[in-house]
Design a protein around this ligand. Structure first.
Ligand code: GLR
Ligand code: MG
Length: 424
């Protein structure tokens, strides 16, 4: 007889989906974004889903942790975390975080643990007949607001026709892009990925966005491309215009120096990305808004711990994203729905994904008025579409990419491109 919640199998499938040439401080997105789909299968056939980075180093780490998890139950998440930590004891590999070098290698164990925890919660929810949000303490909101995440971008990948968004290399292009995204999704906040052009140009773009969208909160995120001095200049220019300035300068010390003079809160998903970063950051009041991300903060429950720490220490909370598919969006939404002190619209790369390209069955995720409606079916509320999974896995095999590398791709077209930060 099968035992309830006992893990029989763990299946990790790398996948690739189309991505657009989005620019950032370290280069440009390649034509394919990589992810890993994690499926935990119980003895009774119940399965749960997680989604994570698709870089080969990370895939290797996931595979190493997956073996010893078998035989535990989906309720043993402490034991699973311990296995993830121990599986890294002899790990000498570097990178593999799926963030093109933009985030440090801190919290590797939390990155490995995260998709297993999400899959366990999915199964716990299915077995209890409850949505994951309920396992996290219950919804405090029925839908979760996301922001319109704008990027400077080329019209299309070199050698290919323009994509549906076309180019955005100046304020007019960004405003057109914002209209397209907001018309489709109804987002009520705008974030611009900066660090691409000299700061004065990006300040000008934000000011033009303010004129075009006078009622929407704005944010600018140059991914630490500026020195402390430059960051202070930008902060002063954007006083009263942005709701927060995200990662202007590198490292906790750089952020702390900027924060001393900045008239707005500083946010981060680069300087504070692990629990060990919180004490030094809090001591220096380096950041006022933490962008949580369950993919590197160790899953949904550890992200709730982060939220509690933020509440205790008077820091606000927002949510970060990378290119992702529907399993991640469902997990982000359940977490956000059960986090009372989430103060801002969450980030998502969703508009940059082809609408029909995913691994989940259609219809589970519904957008309304800039928000995703929190799924109420048991577990995450999304099911695998195995034909789609097979297609995206085939993409992975065919595309030839094994890690995210925005810099090398950029250098194909601009051989002297430097990803060094700070740049200005
Ligand atoms: O907020 C952020 O820093 C990000 O979203 C990181 C991403 O990797 C972004 O820079 C990107 O997709 O190029
Ligand atoms: Mg950021």
């Amino acid at each position: 007889m099968s035992r309830r919640g006992v893990i029989k199998d763990v299946v990790i499938t790398p996948v690739a989906f189309h991505d657009m040439p989005l620019l950032n401080s370290v280069g440009v997105h390649e034509p394919w974004a990589l992810r890993s789909i994690i499926e935990i299968v119980c003895e009774d056939g119940t399965y749960g889903l997680g989604e994570s980075y698709g870089d080969s180093t990370h895939l290797g780490r996931l595979e190493r942790a997956a073996g010893p998890i078998k035989g535990l139950t989906v309720y043993d998440t402490n034991a699973i975390h311990k296995i993830c930590v121990e599986s890294l004891t002899d790990d000498r590999s570097t990178g593999g975080d799926g963030m093109a070098g933009m985030v440090t290698t801190a919290s590797v164990a939390d990155k490995v643990f995260s998709p297993f925890e999400v899959a366990c919660l999915d199964i716990q929810g299915k077995l209890a007949g409850l949505p994951v949000s309920q396992l996290l303490g219950g919804r405090v909101r029925d839908s979760v607001q996301y922001s319109a995440y704008l990027f400077y971008k080329w019209g299309g990948h070199p050698g290919e026709p323009d994509d549906e968004y076309g180019p955005a290399l100046d304020p007019a292009g960004l405003i057109k892009q914002a209209h397209k995204i907001i018309d489709e999704f109804g987002f009520k906040a705008i974030k611009l990925k900066g660090g691409v052009y000299p700061p004065a140009q990006e300040v000008e773009a934000i000011k033009e966005l303010r004129k075009a969208f006078p009622d929407l909160p704005l944010r600018l995120d140059p991914n630490a491309a500026w020195t402390v001095e430059t960051s202070k200049w930008v902060a002063n220019e954007l006083k009263g215009i942005v709701e927060y300035l995200e990662d202007p300068a590198p490292e906790i010390e750089g952020m702390a120096a900027v924060a001393k003079d900045a008239p707005m809160p500083l946010a981060t998903n680069m300087a504070v990305v692990a629990f060990s970063h919180l004490p030094p950051s809090i001591l220096q009041n380096a950041v006022q808004v933490v962008l949580s991300d369950h993919h590197f903060w160790g899953g949904l429950r550890r992200s709730q711990t982060l939220a509690s720490i933020c509440a205790i220490w008077g820091m606000r909370l927002s949510m970060h994203s990378n290119s992702h598919l529907g399993i991640s969006l469902a997990a982000m939404t359940h977490l956000a729905s059960a986090t009372p002190n989430l103060d801002y619209a969450c980030d998502t790369h969703w508009p940059w994904k082809r609408r029909d390209e995913d691994v989940i069955a259609d219809g589970a995720l519904k957008w309304a008025d800039g928000a995703l409606v929190v799924p109420t079916a048991p577990g995450l509320g999304v099911e695998l579409d195995r034909a789609k999974l097979a297609q995206l896995h085939q993409n992975y095999l065919d595309c030839g990419l094994t890690k995210r590398d925005d810099t090398t791709y950029m250098r194909k077209f601009q051989p002297d491109f430097s990803p060094k930060i700070p740049k200005w």
